[in-house]
Design a protein around this ligand. Structure first.
Ligand SMILES: [Zn+2]
Ligand SMILES: [Zn+2]
Length: 137
């Protein structure tokens, strides 16, 4: 099984990538908090053209503009609402998968925190990681 394979909650969207992930990060921006309904997003970056959809009829896009001003194309399942991946204007060529949709999450090890300035106050940021205040997410 590919390291990168996953689905939305209802199973209408299924994806996979044969490429190794480029990075794993945690994003604490307020827009991710709104979209996910929780404290942060865990995101796994893969090359955009490596992400293959076995099922995607219910995939919809919401174009968001973060504080950095650049477009964030947030793709989600219109049937069950699961966020699936984002394309970020300031990081072209990378699909940022929402890691909670992966089939296997056991290998996840975030290396970076983005938007630490808006992290929830009870979230403990690991000093060992690369922690960015206002980096584009
Ligand atoms: Zn779904
Ligand atoms: Zn974010």
């Amino acid at each position: 099984m590919s390291k990168i394979s996953g689905s939305c909650l209802c199973g209408s969207i299924q994806y996979a990538s044969k490429e190794e992930p480029l990075m794993t990060a945690v994003c604490h921006c307020e827009n991710c908090q709104h979209q996910t309904g929780t404290a942060f997003s865990i995101i796994v970056g893969v090359p955009e053209d490596s992400l293959i959809f076995e099922k995607s009829e219910t995939l919809k896009e919401y174009i968001d503009h973060g504080e950095s001003g650049g477009a964030v194309r947030r793709n989600f399942c219109e049937k069950c609402g699961s966020p699936i991946f984002s394309l970020v204007e300031s990081a072209p060529g990378i699909s940022f998968i929402k890691a909670g949709t992966l089939d296997d999450k056991s290998w996840l090890q975030p290396s970076t925190n983005f938007w630490c300035d808006t992290a929830q106050p009870w979230v403990k940021l690991d000093d060992e990681l690369a922690n960015h205040g206002r980096n584009p997410s």
